[in-house]
Design a binder for this molecule. Structure first.
Ligand code: IMP
Ligand code: MG
Length: 175
């Protein structure tokens, strides 16, 4: 049972807050005089997005897309599907995709291709965490909070079978 598995603290909420500040300031500097459209990938990015945008002093817009790449638990299905589309047109917009984690890269590269087809003015990626050891597809990451080890992590939006999203810190889910 996942509930009985041990959680080992990896990144505490103070470290997360510091990284969120750093990223938001970088974004604010890079998008001066622009009105970027931030697209969060649900569900994992909701907490990161909420904290990130409160630190960005720009006339930004917000939308979400819901994709599925992991069926349940910790094994990737290898397929990506759009479950819920964005409602904002992205053509000619400065689009910044906000992710919780880039793991194999399959999800984000699928999304970037979909968005590119709609011809945004620019397209960048901001991820809270990056797990480069598992990468299968090369993806450009413009803003990254933390590089994480090849472990399954939960908390601060990240789940295992829909659990643990509410934790304020990020933990390694131990076997
Ligand atoms: P990718 O397509 O392999 O890059 O996986 C992307 C998605 O898988 C992420 O947006 C997460 O939802 C999920 N994922 C990958 N690694 C982890 C993890 O360590 N913890 C929780 N979710 C993960
Ligand atoms: Mg995600």
């Amino acid at each position: 049972m996942i509930f009985q598995r041990k959680l080992k603290m990896l990144i505490n909420h103070d470290e997360i807050a510091e990284a969120v500040k750093r990223l938001s300031h970088e974004i604010e500097g890079d998008y001066q005089d622009k009105s970027p459209l931030l697209i969060g990938v649900l569900k994992g990015s909701f907490m990161f997005m909420a904290d990130l945008i409160r630190e960005i002093n720009l006339p930004l817009e917000l939308d979400f897309i819901r994709l599925a790449s992991y069926d349940a638990g910790m094994v990737s299905s290898g397929r990506v599907e759009i479950i819920h589309e964005t409602s904002t047109p992205v053509t000619d917009r400065h689009v910044l995709v906000v992710e919780d984690i880039v793991d194999t890269g399959v999800t984000i590269s699928f999304l970037l291709n979909c968005l590119k087809n709609q011809q945004p003015a620019s397209l960048k990626v901001c991820t809270l965490t990056d797990k480069p050891s598992r990468r299968m597809v090369t993806v450009p990451i413009d803003y990254c909070g933390f590089t994480v080890p090849n472990k399954f992590i939960v908390g601060y939006g990240l789940d295992c079978a829909q659990r643990f999203r509410n934790l304020p810190d990020i933990y390694i889910l131990e076997d």
